[in-house]
Design a protein around this ligand. Structure first.
Ligand SMILES: O=C(O)c1ccc[n+]([C@@H]2O[C@H](COP(=O)([O-])O)[C@@H](O)[C@H]2O)c1
Ligand SMILES: Cc1cc2nc[nH]c2cc1C
Length: 349
């Protein structure tokens, strides 16, 4: 049995008894029923994950998986491919969007090279877990081999477990990879059985052929590789990407350790679809942060069956939305612990 299978076997259902207690507690707080909306559901979920009524998530980390994409050569992006390398360095330095938002939320950022083209200096602060120098061009062949896809998942598991070992009790997923909305949309097209033209967007900037060319490239990638819709590892290997596998692995690793994971935007949600297709129990450990401005985002969230809590029209990636939603996790914990109950204040309604 490989590490992936062993980790999946460790994933448990949520603590139903504790969730019932949490629901009772939420309903007894001095407020009209359900008036704290999604914060109430979040509080119950967090109790179910942690197995305690008053959980606290004081050690937060965003894991940013970075990788390149061979499909870049099809002209699907307006950005130079070298931005992946440069921005990964900047993410590790803490000077990008996710760095600032993570600081605001009191979270650490862990930057991982799982497949960036080019090698980072040892002192860059980037964890070196490169599986290959970028995924293959999915328009002409697979993104990676099945073995590499499993390695990408196991890399995510190992990174998540290392952070949890160091004390992290709340994780977020993020990524950096010029071109990665193309494989993300290919995955969504396959898993959701949705024509690529309906879900292709501009990403961080589309190439000169526009969105219609990008949708054609995605269609060609699916026709060329013929991924097996019922085998998420096959889909990941054929039309996915290394950072997508890495993030899916983080989710599986976190779930196995009963640690909640806050998803970022479009690419994170696609990684969640892969993780949940591999092991459905992972879903209960996931929290969706924000609705990405990318057009496929809505379909991806629907397919996953988890609605994002924030609507900020963001589409930066890097884990920025996850960082922004971390304080909501703290808020959910604090209402549980610090609000008074009707019986405590002697109020009857
Ligand atoms: O997270 C999102 O919702 C999101 C939506 C569109 C683009 N991005 C970011 O932009 C890059 C991918 O865009 P593209 O156009 O190069 O495929 C990648 O580095 C992502 O982090 C991120
Ligand atoms: C500048 C830049 C920053 C990013 N961060 C995540 N994806 C990105 C894409 C670009 C182009």
């Amino acid at each position: 049995m490989n590490v992936l299978q062993q980790t999946m076997e460790r994933i448990e259902e949520l603590d139903q008894e504790m969730m019932e207690k949490a629901r009772e507690r939420v309903d007894s707080l001095i407020k009209p029923p359900h008036s704290l909306g999604k914060l109430e559901e979040l509080a119950v979920q967090l109790s179910g994950i942690s197995g305690v009524l008053y959980p606290e998530f004081d050690r937060k980390a965003i894991i940013v998986m970075a990788a390149d994409h061979g499909v870049y050569e099809e002209g699907i992006s307006s950005n130079p491919q070298e931005v992946t390398y440069a921005q990964t360095m900047f993410i590790a330095k803490g000077i990008t969007g996710v760095g600032v938002l993570a600081k605001t939320a009191g979270a650490e950022v862990v930057t991982v090279d799982i497949g960036v083209k080019g090698d980072f200096p040892n002192d860059a602060g980037v964890i070196g877990r490169k599986i290959r120098q970028g995924a293959g061009n999915i328009a002409t062949g697979p993104a990676m081999t099945i073995e590499e896809a499993i390695r990408s998942l196991e890399t995510g598991i190992a990174i998540a477990e290392a952070e949890i070992q160091k004390g992290a009790n709340l994780l977020g997923t993020g990524e950096m990879g010029i071109g990665n909305t193309t494989p993300s949309t290919a995955i969504l097209s396959v898993l959701g059985n949705i024509p690529s033209e309906e879900i292709t967007g501009k990403g961080a900037g589309v190439g000169s052929g526009g969105i219609s060319h990008k949708a054609q490239v995605i269609k060609k990638a699916i026709e060329t590789n013929r991924p097996d819709k019922d085998n998420a590892i096959d889909v990941l290997a054929k039309v996915g990407g290394l950072e997508i596998g890495g993030m899916a692995g983080v989710m599986i690793g976190a779930a196995a350790n009963r640690v909640p994971v806050v998803l970022d935007g479009y690419i994170s949600t696609i990684a969640a679809l892969i993780a949940v297709s591999i092991e459905p129990k992972v879903k209960h450990y996931l929290i969706a942060s924000h609705a990405s401005a990318e057009p496929g985002g809505k379909k991806a969230s629907e397919l996953l069956g988890i609605q994002p809590v924030l609507h900020m029209e963001m589409c930066l990636g890097e884990g920025s939305g996850a960082a922004l939603a971390f304080p909501l996790v703290d808020a959910a914990c604090r209402i549980m612990k610090e609000m008074a109950t009707f019986s405590e204040v002697g109020l009857k309604i």
